[in-house]
Design a protein around this ligand. Structure first.
Ligand SMILES: [Zn+2]
Length: 187
């Protein structure tokens, strides 16, 4: 058997291991930044998003919000977490976005194949068993992305802190086609 044949999975694993050992990933980012800064010109922008929109989306690495939605620098606020779930901290950001920085519209984006579909609330108990302390936050695992988008829209719509709740739209992004599918709000 040849020892020089590597499957793509092997090479991915060894690359990841090399990055971990050397702490090279951050170095790589810092190096990329110095190249970026060389071509960067101060756009002279205000902090208020040009399109007056805040987007709440999953942190998933396959979801490139600016490319997928045709957004430019300065256009929007992007608020991301595991699942794109509307947590208290997301409401905090949306409240600041609307009241201090002038946004009026909210777009919620979940996606197919989300990591949150592969775990359950058991995750909290597992954590407690392992570290002796249960986290105060909910895992917010879900099995039905459409339903979770509806619930997220509802949480935003019923927040007492937001100024503008008349333009809230929710979508599921398909990571295999790049297309958004709109979810109708619960009536
Ligand atoms: Zn996700």
């Amino acid at each position: 058997m040849s020892t020089s044949a590597h499957s793509p999975a092997d090479s991915l694993t060894s690359t990841a291991a090399a990055v971990r050992e050397g702490g090279q990933v951050t170095d790589q980012l810092v190096e990329a930044n110095s190249t970026y800064a060389k071509g960067f010109r101060d756009p002279g922008m205000d902090a208020r998003p040009v399109l007056q929109v805040a987007i709440v989306a999953c942190m998933d690495a396959r979801l490139d919000l600016h490319a997928a939605l045709g957004l430019e620098l300065g256009d929007c606020h992007t608020i991301r977490n595991a699942g794109g779930v509307v947590t208290d901290d997301v409401i905090r950001s949306l409240t600041i976005s609307q009241r201090a920085l002038g946004t009026r519209s909210i777009v919620l984006i979940h996606h197919t194949g989300c990591g949150l579909e592969s775990i359950t609330e058991e995750f909290r108990q597992d954590l407690e068993r392992e570290v002796g302390q249960r986290p105060v936050w909910a895992v917010e695992a879900y099995t039905d992305a459409d339903q979770d988008v509806r619930q997220s829209m509802q949480r935003v719509r019923t927040s007492p802190f937001l100024l503008h709740t008349d333009d809230i739209r929710g979508f599921v992004f398909d990571v295999t086609t790049g297309l958004l599918r709109e979810i109708k709000p619960a009536s």
